[in-house]
Design a protein around this ligand. Structure first.
Ligand SMILES: [Mn+2]
Length: 355
């Protein structure tokens, strides 16, 4: 296991120098944030990012994520060009020696919350979701009222996309995902890149849009679509854990036994009602994710990939990107390493930051 940390590039308020000081964190999870969705990622831009990360004494471990163009998810006739360009971006990753790609296949929106700063009893704030609150959001004004998506789509753009998805139910979305993976996964295998789909967050339909990567059966169906080790998953405990029907340790064990967990996102959520949750501190007892059981399953099935703490609360007066402050995620990284050491003895020698 390699402990990693997400970094939003040079504009991230958390500098790489601080990430380097979190004991045991040796890898960075990042992306190119100024490329239009669907365009090819250039080797030069990725090499610049890699060099910046290297210069801080860290390694560029995971690309999270290369967005999948809506035309691919919608199954439009233009999708083949975007699929070719997606493959080209994967080869560019390979050229700079980044071997894990986290991506998702959620229509229009990826992660969705209704409150980015819910006040917790200890004075911290956390991301929260309430399906009733979501259903009251008026999308006829674009994404302006949706927390975290203010600038994403104007009203006409969003209306057109929502209309296009009226013909795409879950079954069709699976077909479109299959079409995509049948073409991209073999190319990823040739490039030596492992694809790791991120589960839908939250793991249920929102705004009438289909969501399909929501539980263990879906993740197993996914890896069966194209039977190559390059076609794998990101095991995100927070996303999957928002649905109490998901038995996370047994899901991790089944997927891990098949060698298809290529990346682990470990965070905790407190489920407070039907389709209602807020994020909570990483340790098991503060939420509904049995973190020890998940790590035990990963450990027992020989997990060697990157892991990162996922969203953190905002604590100690920190201001910054909701979910992606330094302090609580650093606490999460330490907790996860403590659990891992309890299971394994220690991190593998070459995964630790050189002294
Ligand atoms: Mn995640």
């Amino acid at each position: 296991m390699q402990m990693t940390f997400r970094w939003y590039g040079p504009k991230d308020p958390v500098p790489l120098e601080y990430i380097r000081q979190i004991p045991g964190v040796s890898g960075v999870v990042s992306a190119l944030y100024d490329v239009a969705v669907g365009d090819v990622w250039s080797v030069q831009a990725l090499a610049r990012l890699r060099d910046t990360i290297d210069a801080a004494g860290l390694s560029f471990a995971v690309v999270e994520s290369i967005p999948v163009h809506e035309d691919i998810k919608l199954g439009r006739s233009t999708r083949d060009r975007f699929i070719d360009q997606y493959c080209a971006s994967i080869h560019a990753m390979s050229a700079v020696d980044v071997r894990v790609l986290c991506y998702n296949f959620m229509p229009i929106f990826d992660w969705t919350r209704t409150d980015l700063a819910m006040l917790l009893p200890d004075g911290a704030t956390a991301l929260a979701y309430d399906h009733h609150a979501l259903s009251r959001i008026d999308l006829s004004r674009g994404t302006g009222d949706l927390p975290g998506w203010a600038m994403a789509y104007t009203a006409p753009q969003l209306a057109a996309l929502l209309a296009a998805y009226r013909d795409v139910d879950a079954q069709r979305l699976w077909e479109h995902l299959s079409y995509f993976l049948e073409r991209v996964a073999p190319e990823a295998e040739r490039a030596g890149v492992r694809m790791a789909i991120h589960p839908d967050d939250p793991p249920w339909s929102i705004f009438g849009l289909p969501r399909i990567i929501t539980n263990g059966a879906a993740l197993e169906r996914l890896i069966d679509l194209v039977d190559t080790p390059a076609n794998g998953v990101t095991f995100c405990t927070g996303s999957l854990g928002a649905d109490p029907r998901n038995d996370l340790p047994s899901m991790a064990r089944r997927l891990g036994e098949r060698g298809r967990i290529h990346f682990a996102h470990c965070r905790n959520v407190s489920v407070t009602g039907p389709k209602q949750f807020h994020e909570s501190p990483h340790p098991s007892r503060f939420g509904d994710v049995p973190m020890r059981g998940v790590l035990e399953a990963l450990h027992d099935t020989g997990f060697k990939g990157p892991m990162r703490p996922d969203h953190g609360r905002m604590i100690w007066g920190e201001r910054g990107r909701p979910g992606y402050g330094l302090h609580d995620r650093a606490l999460g990284a330490m907790y996860l390493q403590g659990l891992w050491e309890g299971l394994h003895g220690a991190l593998d020698g070459d995964d630790t930051v050189p002294a």
